[in-house]
Each structure stands twice: as C-alpha cells, then as structure tokens.
Write a protein that binds this ligand. Structure first.
Ligand SMILES: [Zn+2]
Length: 261
C-alpha cells in the first residue's frame, strides 16, 4: 500500500494564530515546525501499522521548508524545497492520499486560520460555480491521478468541509474546534496524535470505499483576490470594499487548477 501525505501547517494540533504560521522569522515558528512533525509522524506511524510500504510526505505550506528533517519518521520520504514538480510527485503512483494539518476554506466562520491558498490576499476560488477550499483543490489534483483522499486532519470546520466534498467515507480527525479565525479549543497534541494514528490505520482500509475526486471537464473556474496583500494583523472589517483582481478560465484537466494566467 502506497500512501501520499500532503501537509499544511494551519490545521495542526497546537496551532491557532497566524503569527505561528506566516513568518519563518516569528519566534513562534520553530515550535510550529515541531508541532507539524508530531501530526505528520502520527499519520506516518498509523500508515505503517496499517501496512503501508511507501510513504511520501509532501510539505505544502508557504515556502515548503517546514519539516524538521531530523524529526521525520524513518518510514517516510519527504519532498520540500523550491520548484516542486508540476505533478506534485503524484505520478509515482499511490493507493491513497492523506491531507494532514488542513484548514477550512476562506471565510468559514468557525474555521481556524481559514483561507484558500493565500490568507493575506483574501483569495477565493470557484470551479463549476462551487466555492472550493484547499481540501477540495487537493482532492481534485489527487483525483487527476485517480488517487482517493482517505484521511483529512485539521480543525472541526476542515473535517466538515472534507465530508461535504469527499463524502462520508473519508476518515477525519478534528484536533481543535474554532471559536473565531484565531481562537479555538484544542486537544493536547499527544491526544491528537493518538487519534491521528488510529485514523491513519483506518484510512488504509477505506481505499476502495473512497472514490478519486472527479469533476466534469472542461471546467469553468474563477479566482478572486485582493490587489494588495493585507498586513499581518486581524482581518479588517472593510474587506469587501478593497480593490480586487478577478480571473476566469476554463480548465481542461484537474491538475493545473491553480493556474489562472
Ligand atoms: Zn498553510
């Protein structure tokens, strides 16, 4: 069984502030990397216990250099750095994909650190007229390679969104529940790791029940974002009055869905 693990930082256990995730120079960032490793390694360990023979971890947050190499589980290989392959490595062939540390789409009221691709440009994406967050987008890209997503971990809102897009068979682990964009009630990371390990084992059994995410092609898409990045501060109230860039495009595959040029 071959498992592809795509990771993000905002949905990891122990993380609730953008100042923990946005700026590698932040004093909080080194701790965030260790928290990320805890959630990743729990997923890897669960996959190993479930019989995985190849496990790739793909660092998907910001400038993808978030993993702490010396803490990586020895059963995993990992991708990070600049200039990722266009296929995100998925063409190597995997039986299922896990999305670890994910968050809900932009503007989800109870979504901890919710955003879609860029939190500081208030970006939003629609495909076939339906608004997507990163869970749906990642599932679409894995679906291009006929790989089903069988596990999603993140906050409660991310898990709800995962079921809305992927159906009820996907295994989810809520490691925190949001009160607002930067405040939540969290499980202790140690407890979150137990749940993630258990869920990863179960997720390997769902490979046949979870279908690869497929959309009708060609597919009309739309992307909206602010012209200027927001400062690293709480979201301003006048967001809808700020000037925006809007792009529309018809996509002929599920792989290049971020490219609105
Ligand atoms: Zn992120």
């Amino acid at each position: 069984m071959r498992v592809y693990i795509s990771t993000d930082l905002e949905g990891c256990s122990g993380i609730t502030l953008f100042s923990q995730t946005r700026d590698p120079a932040s004093p909080l960032y080194p701790e965030s990397r260790r928290l990320l490793m805890g959630d990743i390694n729990a997923a890897v360990e669960g996959a190993v216990q479930g019989g995985a023979t190849r496990i790739w971890v793909v660092d998907g947050h910001g400038n993808p250099m978030n993993v702490v190499p010396e803490l990586m589980h020895p059963a995993a290989e990992y991708l990070c750095g600049r200039g990722f392959p266009e296929t995100w490595g998925l063409e190597a062939g995997f039986d299922c994909a896990f999305l670890v540390g994910y968050h809900a789409m932009n503007r989800t009221p109870d979504g901890i650190l919710c955003h879609t691709q860029s939190s500081r440009s208030d970006a939003r994406y629609w495909y076939h007229g339906r608004e997507y967050g990163e869970i749906g987008q990642s599932a679409m890209i894995a679906g291009h390679f006929d790989i089903p997503v069988t596990l999603v971990t993140g906050d409660g809102a991310a898990c709800r969104e995962a079921c809305q897009f992927l159906g009820g068979d996907v295994v989810t682990v809520a490691v925190k529940e949001g009160y607002s964009r930067e405040c939540c009630r969290m499980l202790a990371p140690v407890r979150a790791h137990e749940l993630i390990r258990e869920a990863a084992r179960e997720a390997l059994k769902r490979v046949r029940r979870c279908q690869p995410y497929k959309v009708e092609l060609p597919m009309p898409g739309r992307m909206e974002r602010l012209q200027e990045l927001l400062p690293d501060a709480p979201t301003p109230d006048n967001l809808d009055e700020l000037p925006r860039v809007v792009r529309e495009k018809v996509f002929t595959d599920q792989l290049h869905i971020y490219d609105f040029s």
